[in-house]
Design a binder for this molecule. Structure first.
Ligand code: MSP
Length: 510
C-alpha cells in the first residue's frame, strides 16, 4: 500500500492582504507535497484561512461590512495567491465552514467530558494582533513580547487545564526528538514548558465572531483552539460518510513560522493529549523575511506583494530564490540584488545555458536525435553520472529534514559538474575530431539534464516541465521511480530548443 503524507500550512488571518510571509510558508509545503507525490506517496496538502476572532471582526467593522461578508471576500485573495503561486494543495479550508464548527464543538466536548475544561473568569492582558493572552510578567515595556499593544480584559471564561499537561508534554518531547525542528527552536519550547504552564483561557464573551461554545451561547471559542482544530476538520472527522480521519491523522508535518510555534508545539499537543487524540509527527518553524534589511511591516510600507514579484521576475524564479537563498529555518533578507543574481547566475547561466548548449548541438549536428550514453564509460563520464546517481537519495534525506536550500545546493553542485564536463569535453571541437565521442558526451549530458529536471520538478514545476518536454520525457516518465531508467531517451527526436530561463535585465540594460 502507498504510504500517506499529510502536510499543513498555518491558516492565514484574513484581516491582511496576502504577503511574502504567507507565500513562503505555503511554498515550502508545496515543494514537500510535490516531492512526496513524485516519490509515490498518497499526499494530502492542506491550506486555508483563519476567519474568526477579534482581529478579523475589527477589520470587518473597519470595512463597514459584516464579518461573514468580509471573510467571504478576503478569503478569495488567499485562494488567488495560491493559484498564482502554482500551489498544489488538495484542500483549502475556511474556519467559517459548517463542518469546522462541528469539529471544534466535538473537540470541546471531548475536552469537557474528560474534565479538562472549567468555567471561571479571566483577568489579564490580551493582544488582538497576536490573538494571545499575556501575564503581567510576560509584558516587555508594557507591550507584548512581539511589540503588539495589549489591552486589559476581564470576562467570564472557560479554562483549559494546561498546567496539568506540563509533564506529559516534557515526556513526549523526550521520546520524540524530531517533534520540533530546527533543534534550537525545540530547545526554546522545552525551556518554556519547563518554566511552568498556566491554565489557558479558551473562550471569550466580549465579542461574538467565533464558534459558539456548546451549551453556553454567551461564549465563543478562543480563536487559537478553533484555528488549530482545522487540521482535523479537514479529514472530515465528524462526517459519517466521508470520514478520513483514520487515513490522514496524525499529520506528518505542520509547517509554521517561528512566531506561532508555541501554539503548535505546546497548546496543540496538550489539547490533543487531553482529548485523547494522536499527536502530529512533526512541527517545523521557519524564519522570517526582512525587506532589504528592514523588518517588514505595514506601518513602514515595505510589505512585499508576492504577485507583483511573480509578474516582474517570473514564478519559478521567485520559487527558486525563496527556497535557495536562505537556510530554511533561519531568518533571511529579501534583496533585489540577491534575487537578480540568482536568476542570472544559477538559472540563466548554470542551468539555462547548459540545456541550451547541449540541445542546440544535438539539434544541429545529430539530426535532432538524442544520442546514447557510451557503452564503455570514460573516467569523466563515470564521475559525472555517478554524482547524478547519488543525487536523489541525498536530496530525499535533505527534503525530509526540510533543508530545501541544501537540497538545491547539491543539485546545483551536479549542474556545476556538468558545466565543467561540457567545457572540458568540448563537444563543439569533437565535432571535427571525433564525431562519435561528441555524440557520447551529449548522451551523458542529456542524461544529466533528465535527472536534474526530474528532481527540480517540486521546486520549479513550470520550467522543469518545459525542459522535460524539450528532451521528450513523457508525462508517465516523470515520477522519481523513472530516475533509474538510464539511457531511456536515446533515439528520441527533439525540436528546436528554446531558452527556459531568460536573463533578468534592468530596463536601462534591455
Ligand atoms: N492564523 C494564524 C495561524 C493559525 S494556524 C492554526 C496566523 N496567521 S498569519 O496570517 O498571521 O500568519 C501566517 C504565517 O505567515 C505564519 O506562519 C507567519 O510566520 C508567516 N509570516 C508572516 N510574516 C512573515 C515574514 N515576514 N516572513 C516569513 N513568514 C512570515 O498566524
Amino acid at each position: 500500500m502507498r504510504q500517506k503524507f499529510y502536510i499543513t500550512t498555518p491558516i492565514y488571518y484574513v484581516n491582511d492582504n496576502p504577503h511574502i510571509g504567507h507565500a513562503y510558508t505555503t511554498l515550502a509545503c508545496d515543494v514537500l507535497a510535490r516531492f512526496k507525490r513524485l516519490d509515490d506517496y498518497d499526499v494530502m496538502f492542506l491550506t486555508g484561512t483563519d476567519e474568526h476572532g477579534q482581529k478579523v471582526q475589527m477589520a470587518a467593522e473597519k470595512a463597514g461590512i459584516s464579518p461573514k461578508d468580509f471573510t467571504d471576500k478576503v478569503s478569495k485573495n488567499f485562494e488567488y495567491l495560491a493559484s498564482k503561486m502554482g500551489f498544489s494543495h488538495d484542500c483549502f479550508i475556511r474556519t467559517t465552514e459548517a463542518r469546522h464548527y462541528e469539529s471544534c464543538q466535538k473537540i470541546w466536548r471531548r475536552l469537557m467530558d474528560r474534565g479538562n475544561i472549567t468555567l471561571s473568569s479571566y483577568s489579564g492582558w490580551y493582544s488582538v494582533r497576536d490573538e494571545a493572552f499575556f501575564a503581567e510578567n510576560e509584558l516587555v515595556n508594557g507591550v507584548a513580547p512581539t511589540g503588539a499593544p495589549v489591552e486589559w480584559v476581564e470576562e467570564p471564561s472557560y479554562f483549559f487545564n494546561l498546567s496539568k499537561w506540563q509533564q506529559p508534554l516534557l515526556d513526549f518531547y523526550e521520546t520524540h526528538p524530531d517533534f520540533v525542528a530546527p533543534e534550537s527552536r525545540f530547545n526554546e519550547i522545552k525551556r518554556f514548558v519547563e518554566g511552568g504552564l498556566n491554565d489557558l483561557s479558551i473562550s471569550r464573551t466580549t465579542f461574538d465572531w467565533g464558534v459558539p461554545v456548546p451549551n453556553d451561547q454567551e461564549h465563543v471559542m478562543y480563536v487559537w483552539l478553533d484555528a488549530l482544530t482545522n487540521y482535523i476538520t479537514a479529514t472530515n472527522w465528524n462526517n459519517k460518510e466521508q470520514n478520513q480521519f483514520d487515513k490522514w491523522w496524525p499529520a506528518d508535518l505542520h509547517m509554521v513560522g517561528k512566531d506561532i510555534l508555541r501554539f503548535h508545539a505546546v497548546y496543540w499537543p496538550a489539547f490533543l493529549m487531553a482529548a485523547e487524540l494522536p499527536l502530529p509527527k512533526r512541527v517545523f518553524a521557519h524564519g522570517w523575511w526582512t525587506n532589504e534589511g528592514q523588518k517588514i511591516s505595514k506601518s513602514l510600507g515595505n510589505v512585499i506583494n508576492p504577485i507583483a514579484l511573480i509578474e516582474e521576475y517570473g514564478l519559478d524564479q521567485i520559487r527558486y530564490f525563496m527556497m535557495r537563498e536562505v537556510p530554511f529555518g533561519r531568518d533571511g533578507d529579501f534583496s533585489k540584488t540577491a534575487l537578480i543574481n540568482r536568476i542570472n547566475s544559477d538559472l540563466a547561466n548554470d542551468l539555462g545555458n547548459l540545456a541550451q548548449r547541449v540541445l542546440s548541438i544535438i539539434f544541429k549536428n545529430l539530426d535532432s536525435k538524442i544520442p546514447s550514453i557510451p557503452e564503455d564509460l570514460q573516467k569523466e563520464d563515470y564521475f559525472l553520472l555517478n554524482k547524478l546517481k547519488e543525487l536523489p537519495n541525498n536530496v530525499r534525506v535533505l527534503i525530509n529534514e526540510q533543508s530545501f536550500h541544501e537540497a538545491l545546493r547539491i543539485i546545483w553542485h551536479v549542474i556545476a559538474e556538468a558545466n565543467r564536463y561540457v567545457d572540458k569535453q568540448a563537444p563543439w571541437s569533437l565535432k571535427k575530431t571525433d564525431f562519435n565521442r561528441m555524440s557520447e558526451v551529449l548522451g551523458v549530458l542529456v542524461e544529466v539534464l533528465r535527472g536534474v529536471c526530474l528532481i527540480l520538478q517540486p521546486f520549479m514545476p513550470d520550467a522543469s516541465e518545459k525542459l522535460l518536454d524539450q528532451i521528450k520525457v513523457s508525462p508517465e516518465e516523470r515520477l522519481f521511480s523513472s530516475l533509474t531508467d538510464i539511457n531511456s531517451l536515446s533515439g528520441r527526436i527533439i525540436e528546436k530548443p528554446e531558452g527556459v530561463f531568460p536573463r533578468y535585465l534592468k530596463s536601462e540594460d534591455a
